[in-house]
Design a binder for this molecule. Structure first.
Ligand code: DAH
Length: 344
């Protein structure tokens, strides 16, 4: 028995040593023949040797040889998995290397911020509308009460496609498109991309995001505008944030107001603050009471209905909220930047 055990142990070591050298289908076949060939394979010879084992040792010897056969078969099977059938060396596939980490996609920071804004308005019963990015002069300007050649058009540096077609400079034209189709009560928000002829710098890009809001119904007043926008800003920036309304001008609203919020970076304490320029305030949106002429343009009776509207720069506000001083980060898609937001 001791002899047999030594022999099997020797063969096991030999098999392991040979297995390490197997690199292709051919060497694998060689190893299989050496051990399992019906004529002279080591395993076959072991089985033949069982015949001369004394009766009392037969059982144990049989178990030993059978176990060795299984060991060889398993070993060959593992090697088969490593050796590619096209004959390329097994080393090409190292099963011991750690797996590659795959990243699940994450929502873009601007999308996350847009959804945060949308959720506040959805909670107040607003619905979401969208409109085309390529617009006609009529929707982008004329119906919004910009007469042809009116100097106010110059404040929107427009990218024209033809004399009449342009890339929308704001989301306001969608107000017109919606009011043409729907009659009051209207309570909507309109997110989307807008385009302007700008040279890129840390706070300006030729393409950016806006979100527009529009409410039209009977008896709507400036108090609704103020109350709703204050509620929205508090929901986004916290209860304690200071808000101020400043008189302004837009052709499509009268009266108009721009809304500033307290600088959350310096709180008005840093005269050289890069975010608010030392003023302590940051403008985030334009708003106003829908001009009666705009309502007339869409056949809504301004004697019966009134409305208010706003337009907010998503990128600028997101920069402010996240403390980012370079707008281009949002569009360069550097994963080191993007992975700091949302799911990793
Ligand atoms: N469309 C304006 C802009 O791009 C923002 C704006 C101001 C939208 C007042 C409005 C509004 O709806 O009432 O600067």
């Amino acid at each position: 028995m001791a002899d047999l055990k030594d022999r099997v142990e020797g063969l096991r070591k030999a098999f392991e040593a040979e297995a390490l050298k197997v690199g292709d289908a051919k060497s694998l076949e060689g190893l299989r023949t050496a051990f399992l060939s019906r004529k002279k394979g080591h395993v076959t010879l072991l089985f033949e040797g069982l015949k001369s084992v004394p009766a009392e040792d037969k059982r144990e010897a049989g178990r030993l040889v059978n176990a060795f056969k299984t060991f060889v078969q398993d070993g060959l099977q593992t090697l088969e998995g490593k050796v590619r059938t096209d004959g390329r060396p097994a080393q090409a596939l190292d099963l011991t290397l750690p797996g590659r980490k795959r990243y699940v996609g994450a929502p873009h920071p601007l999308v996350l911020f847009q959804q945060e804004i949308e959720n506040v308005f959805l909670g107040m019963g607003f619905t979401i509308e969208e409109g085309p990015e390529i617009e006609t002069d009529y929707y982008n300007f004329e119906a919004l009460n910009f007469p042809p050649h009116h100097p106010a058009r110059d404040s929107w540096d427009t990218l024209y496609i033809t004399d009449d077609l342009l890339l929308r400079t704001h989301t306001s034209p969608v107000q017109i498109r919606v009011m043409e189709k729907k009659k009051p009560p209207i309570r909507i928000i309109i997110p989307g991309r807008v385009f302007r002829r700008e040279t890129p710098d840390p706070t300006h890009l030729p393409m950016f995001m806006q979100i527009e809001g529009l409410v039209v119904d009977e008896g709507i007043t400036f108090a609704h505008l103020k109350g709703t926008l204050e509620y929205f800003i508090r929901a986004l920036f916290g209860e304690k944030i200071k808000v101020r309304f400043r008189p302004s001008f837009f052709p499509f609203t009268e009266p108009s107001a721009e809304v500033d919020i307290e600088c959350i970076v310096c709180g008005g304490q840093d005269k050289s603050c890069r975010v608010c320029g030392g003023t302590g305030w940051k403008e985030i949106l334009g708003s106003g009471m829908v001009d009666p002429q705009v309502l007339k343009n869409v056949n809504i009776d301004p004697e019966k209905y009134s409305g208010w509207a706003f337009g907010l720069g998503i990128d600028r506000t997101a920069m402010f909220a996240f403390g980012i001083t370079e707008m281009r980060h949002f569009y360069e898609n550097d994963l080191r930047f993007l992975r700091q937001f949302g799911t990793k």
